[in-house]
Write a protein that binds this ligand. Structure first.
Ligand code: AMP
Length: 371
């Protein structure tokens, strides 16, 4: 499943239909167990338009006698909850003297549900229970407990299975989440160019998640994981680890990291195959590389800088002349062709990496403002 586009926005797959169905099975079983011996005929209150699909799926799983009443209340304009509940178009039947189960598609702050509960009381319901397909515990502000929750989700804007973005998306059977316009920057350059040093301040200034494949691999080595063991010999010889390993690590991060405006890739891609794999990962997300920031220093300076770093960080692959030479050779052979690759893509930007850390930072910041 890839991204979908609705109006001006892109959404990525979030909850597949199978998972939604199992969650509805579970919540329907809970409700049935609570209501199955009742002598009365409870009312399901379908809150239009969002809970049409959920109500339909839920109803067919309930084995006790029940009625349905619809009500229209909508509180969303665009992707932000406006705080106001608008458009009460009334109910399609009476709830007087009846037990009501409000069936919502999604509950976030709880404002809508608070209004609905009041409305049920005002219309003479004898009891009001609340059932929701999706619940955002992080946003919920009421004391009232939600009686039946099919699935809990974080505070994201979602569409599908009844939920819309400005009218579209309700008919999609899976649930999708808004894929914010994430930026994907590549910090490029030979070993020792200062990528790691500059990455920290770039990440902070531009709210980016810094992913250094070298750091991730060293983390695995320190843990002694299977992956770390596989990588160790190659890294210490100044060779590259296999493409699939780093590609997997990168995709995992793309899928799991939240709260950033984008990613800063440091040490990835390092081969044409990795660059192609990255293009595919981004195409799946309906986007492409935002820009390459290439820090360039001459070969003589590479050795000097790495020796200086060896004294500070004690990295095994900085220790021997042979390894350093092999890394420089690997860089020229396998990684440097990416300069042409990204020039062709129109994403390449070169920065003079010589000078003090602050001077280079200034150059990077001026460039980043334009990307
Ligand atoms: P770095 O910290 O970026 O200098 O990376 C240290 C070492 O980790 C490299 O010399 C490679 O052996 C390995 N490595 C890091 N990133 C990659 C990558 N994208 N592809 C293959 N190997 C990598």
């Amino acid at each position: 499943m890839g991204n979908i586009r609705l109006h001006d926005k892109s959404f990525r797959p979030f909850i597949e239909y199978d998972k939604i169905e199992s969650a509805i099975d579970k919540v329907a079983a809970e409700i049935t167990s609570d209501f199955k011996d009742s002598k009365d005929v409870p009312v399901l209150l379908c809150v239009l338009n969002g809970s049409i699909l959920f109500t339909a799926e839920l109803m067919k799983r309930l084995t006790f006698k029940c009625e349905i009443v619809c009500v229209k209340l909508s509180s969303y304009i665009g992707t932000q909850s406006t705080g106001e509940v608008r458009d009460i178009i009334g109910m399609t039947g009476s709830v007087k003297g009846k037990r009501v189960i409000i069936v919502e598609d999604i509950i976030d702050s709880g404002r809508t549900i608070a209004n609905l509960v009041k409305m049920m009381e005002a219309n003479g319901a004898s009891e009001t229970k609340i059932c929701t397909m999706l619940f955002k515990p992080g946003c919920y502000k009421l004391d009232k407990k939600i009686d039946y929750v099919a699935m809990e989700i974080p505070d994201d804007f979602i569409v599908g299975f009844g939920l819309d973005y400005d009218g579209l998306g309700r008919n999609i059977k899976d649930i999708y989440v808004l894929d914010e316009n994430m930026k994907y920057y590549i910090l490029f350059g030979p070993p020792g160019a200062g990528k790691g040093t500059q990455a920290a301040s770039m990440a902070e200034r531009f709210n980016l998640c810094h992913i250094s494949t070298g750091d991730l691999l060293r983390g695995e080595m320190a843990k002694g994981s299977e992956l770390g063991l596989k990588a160790k010999a190659l890294i210490e010889a100044g060779e590259l680890v296999p493409d699939e390993i780093v590609e997997g690590m990168i995709e995992n991060k793309f899928d799991s990291v939240k709260g950033f405006s984008g990613f800063l890739l440091d040490g990835f891609p390092r081969t044409t195959a990795q660059a192609e794999a990255l293009d595919k990962m981004l195409a799946k997300r309906d986007t492409s590389v935002t820009g390459v920031v290439s820090l360039m220093i001459p070969d003589e300076m590479i050795k000097e800088r790495i020796k200086h770093r060896a004294a500070i960080e004690g990295r095994a692959d900085d220790a021997s002349d042979e390894t350093i030479s092999n890394r420089i050779k690997t860089y020229h052979e396998k990684t440097e062709p990416l300069v042409e690759y990204y020039k062709k893509a129109g994403a390449y930007n070169e920065i003079d990496g010589t000078g003090t850390i602050e001077e280079v930072r200034e150059r990077i910041n001026s460039l980043m403002e334009t990307l």
